[in-house]
Structures are given as C-alpha cells and as structure tokens.
Ligand binder design. Structure first.
Ligand code: SAM
Length: 219
C-alpha cells in the first residue's frame, strides 16, 4: 500500500503524541488491566472503583467515547483509571516496553459480520500473539460477544495458539453491564490464561496505517 508523505507525517506525529501521553500517565515499568474497545467506559470505571490497587487503562478509537469515559473517571475520582484514544495495535507499539498486562478485557468488539471484513476483527491469532508478547505470566484474557460466529471463530483458533490456553470454568472477577451488553439479546464469553510459551512474533500493523517503524518515519 502506498501512503502519501502528508499521511505518513500525520501518523508519525500521532505516534509521537501517543507515546508522550502514555509516558505521562504510566510509570515506565508497571502492570496494567487493559480494556480494548472500552466504549463509554462503563465497565472499566466500575472495575477501577472495585479494585483501587489495580492500574486500569481503556483504549478506544473514538474520541467522543473517550471523552465520556474521562467524565466518569473525573466524577468517580478514579486515580487508577485512564482512557486513551488510540487504535489497539498502535497503542501496543507505543506502550513503554516494561509495561505489561495482567488482565485484558475485550467486550463486545465490532463483529464485522461480512466475510470480506473478517480481517478487521480485533480477535485474530496474530493480535492475540501481540497481546501475549506484552502479558505477564498467568495473565487473563476475557472476551465476550453477542455475535455467535465471532465467538465460535475465536473459540476454534484459540486452542491452536501456544501462548494462550482456554480456561473453561474460570470466573469473571467482575460482572458489569456495558452499553452493548445492554442491547444484546444474549452473549457468549470465554477466558484464557497466558502460558509460559513465548509469543509468536507478528508482523501485523494497524489496518490502513503505515508500519510503526519504517525508513521514512522516525515514529
Ligand atoms: C461495539 S463497541 C463495544 C464498546 C464496549 N466494549 C461495550 O461493550 O459497550 C466496540 C468499540 O471498540 C472500538 N474499537 C473498534 N476497533 C478498535 C481498534 N482497532 N482499536 C481501538 N478501539 C477499537 C470502537 O470504537 C467501539 O467503541
């Protein structure tokens, strides 16, 4: 894919800003509870209130949802809860290397039902490898969706990954209805645990964006 110089520059600036934002809110080395696609922040703000000793970070691409989430943070005076506007893979690349995940939550991600759009789904093998690379041993991954074919595809490929293992009877540390959960007729959930197997390196980059490190970009 060809990118115009102006677009590459814009993305490089966005990456620089994202790194600065993360440096400002997180110590260089720490563990975090990460929610990807945090939407309006219902789940993570409740989680942060219930578990004040845990450092929570929500990531979403949509600025108005981040703004709503931040209002909940301010309202609840949640010093342990942060929300960052970013694409999930861009966030992973920008995160300081010694920041690790102790829990990862992916609740009602966009289902991308059409086959030709499946490549846009968050929950794919290479994305889970990228998450594994940043996760602590025994980290937990919590996934929930109301779109049965999406659930089935994740449940089908996950056992083939060495870096994650399904935990069929694991409990959820917190149940709190999200906006999309409230709209759903039903849903399915799974939990996986990070194994001791090294994560497979992945070359995936955020859809539609230039690679984070390229000869033409300093980001
Ligand atoms: C269907 S909504 C679910 C929101 C929330 N988890 C809930 O259950 O109410 C999916 C959210 O994921 C965000 N999102 C989708 N793809 C993303 C990506 N690649 N990186 C970050 N956020 C993403 C969207 O902006 C949207 O807010």
């Amino acid at each position: 894919m060809d990118f115009t110089p102006a677009f590459v520059e814009l993305i490089a600036q966005r990456r620089t800003d994202l790194r600065a934002e993360l440096d400002a809110i997180l110590p260089q080395a720490c563990s975090i509870v990460l929610e990807i696609g945090s939407g309006h922040g219902h789940f993570l703000t409740r989680y942060a209130a219930e578990f004040p000793a845990k450092r929570c970070v929500g990531v979403d691409m949509r600025s108005e949802r981040i703004a709503r989430s931040l209002r909940k943070v301010a309202h609840g005076r949640l010093l342990n809860c942060h929300f960052v506007r970013a694409e999930a893979l861009e966030f992973l690349y920008a995160l300081p290397p010694a920041v690790k995940f102790e829990e990862i939550w992916v609740l009602f991600p966009d289902p991308w039902p059409k086959k030709r759009h499946h490549k846009n789904r968050l929950m794919q093998p290479d994305f889970l490898e990228a998450l594994a690379a940043r996760s602590l041993p025994e980290a937990r991954l919590y996934f929930r969706t109301d779109f049965a074919p999406y659930f089935e595809s994740v449940a089908a490929f996950l056992p083939s990954l060495m870096s994650w293992q399904l935990l069929p009877h694991a409990e959820w540390p917190l149940e709190h209805e999200t906006v999309f959960q409230a709209r759903a007729d039903g849903y399915q959930s799974l939990v996986a645990v990070r194994t001791s197997h090294p994560a497979k390196p992945t070359g995936r980059v955020a859809p539609g964006l230039p690679p984070p490190i390229s000869p033409t970009s300093s980001a």
